[in-house]
Each structure stands twice: as structure tokens, then as C-alpha cells.
Design a protein around this ligand. Sequence first.
Ligand SMILES: *Cc1c(COP(=O)(O)O)cnc(C)c1O
Ligand code: SF4
Length: 327
Amino acid sequence: MRSAFRSPTALLDFLGLDNRALTTPTRGSFGLLVPETFARRMRPGDPQDPLLRQVLPDPDEIVSRPGFDRDPVGDLASLSAPAILHKYQGRALLMLTGACAVHCRYCFRQHFPYSGETASGERWAAACRYLAQDESIDEVIFSGGDPLMLSTDRLAAITADLGAIGHIRRLRIHTRMPVILPDRVNPSLLRWLDELPWPVILVIHANHPAEFDREVDTALDRLKTAGVHLLNQAVLLRGINDRPETLKQLMERGFTAGVLPYYLHQLDRVAGSARFEVDQAQARTLIEHLRASLPGYLVPRLVVEQAGQPSKTPLVDHAAKAEMLLP
Ligand SMILES: *Cc1c(COP(=O)(O)O)cnc(C)c1O
Ligand code: SF4
């Protein structure tokens, strides 16, 4: 992390790109951040590189767009206890930190006021009390930010506290770390995972097949060997993965690395992300292409998050389609 790129100029220099025309605004808390491990997978000399476009700030970000706001999925209204989002039956999401190893320009939590809402000290004690008093919660989701930004010791202290809550049966970790900084999957992390008392589901986040390389494969392989279930969630992004062939390759490349697709998210309309939006009709068409060319288990669930709904909302309505086919 210490050697990560933190300025667009330095990253563009590294890629051999002209940075004289650069007019990117730098936003204090969410400026460019990308580790060299990830930057090395970008194609030198290509300003349209799909990995570069995910992380390079753009002047359009500070233009206000109708329908795009700072809390697009109503997270602030659904904080159940400090650092806990409990929107859905049975699973509670813990925002363990606001920090990430990379800043994705389309991130729906990029404006979230984390400092007051991460799990530490008295806030963590309160979060634990909330989880303990609601016996319907059988799955805890570590999220953020990126939960693997915490030290393994800190993670182990958190899971030790959770171990005292008898009704928790599964642990899920939402993290981009195995893709962005595969070295984070180190022996101490693997030992921690291996010794947890629950089945662990680790949901990575890769949007493009070029995000995988040998180091990522190795990290994922080690996670699998530690008994972790691996899934991928991606965000549908204009100019990055909005072609059927790219998505197909993403699913196939993930499978090669031992990862099954989970969600393909329609962009959350967060302020600053308008340039990435793919319209819903095109999104549905893309999924139909995937369904026609991949085995069912490699077709992700296309969903959109709507504030106030009891789950993510599927964008392809199988039920309605099936009904139409009935005699
Ligand atoms: C997306 C999300 C989950 C996980 O939902 P699944 O459909 O189980 O993957 C849980 N809590 C919150 C607040 C979420 O946004
Ligand atoms: S890694 Fe995830 S939480 Fe962090 S900036 Fe990217 S999308 Fe947002």
C-alpha cells in the first residue's frame, strides 16, 4: 500500500500516457488510489484500458447529474446499530472500515461518512450487542470499505467476539483484495480463515477478465485450499465490460480461477458515476447473450439495489417469462 499510486500523473507516467491534458479534479478523501500490482495489469499506452478507466478520476465526476446522489441505496437510513446494515432477513452487514486498497470511481459507498460508523471500541461493543440480541441473524457479512484492510489480528479479535454468538452460522467476506493486492492472502490470513468455526463465503469483485493474472490465481487457489467458497460480484460498467464477449470471458476466466459468478450489479446511481451507467434494456440484452452462450452456472444474476426492498431486485423476470410460455 505504501508504494501504491496516489496521483493520476504518476499512474499515467507509469503507463507511458500523456498526462499534460489531464484536468482531473482531485477529491481529498477519494482521490486516485491504485496499487502497482493492479496497475501492472493495465496495457501501457492505452488510455481506454478497462482497468485504468475503473480507477482514473474524470472531470465529469464533479458535475451534478439529476438522479445521481450521495447515498443512492439508502444506506444511511438503514443503519441498525453502529456500523451495521441490517436490510435483509437473516444477514447483517458489518462495515468494518472505510479504507480500501483501490478507489473505484463508480463505488456506491464513495461518499459514505465512515469515520463515525466503523466497528471499533465502544461502537464495536454496541454492534456485537445488536447481533447477539437478534437470533434471526445467522449470517454476518464483513464489508466496508474493504474488510481485509484490517490486520489479521484485528479480524481475529472480531471473529473471536462473534464466536460467542451462538446463532451465527455463516461468515461472508466482501473484498476486492485478492484481485487488487493478492499478497494480502498471506499465511496468517489463511490460518485465520482455516480456524474459523463457520463456513466462509468470500465474494471477490472483478469486472474484467484482465483483472486476473497468475498472482491472483495463486491467491484464489490458496483460499480454496483453506476451504473458502469463492464467488464474484461485478458491476456492469459502460466502456469497461458492457460487451457480451467481455462478460463471457470474465465468467470463464473467473471459473478457471475457481470462482463462480454471483451478482452482476446494475450501477448504483451514486454522484460522480454517471459516465459508467449502462441502461437497463441493454443490461437485459447482455444477460440474454450470456444465457445463450454459457452454462447456467456461469450466468450471473443481474440485479439492481432499490432502497426499501427486502432483497436485491432481479432485472430479468424469469417468473413472468415462464408464465408467458405456459399453454
Ligand atoms: C447486498 C447486501 C446484502 C447481501 O445480500 P445477498 O443477496 O445475500 O447477497 C446484505 N446486506 C446489505 C445491506 C446489502 O446491501
Ligand atoms: S473496493 Fe469496493 S468498497 Fe472499495 S472503492 Fe472499490 S467498489 Fe468501493
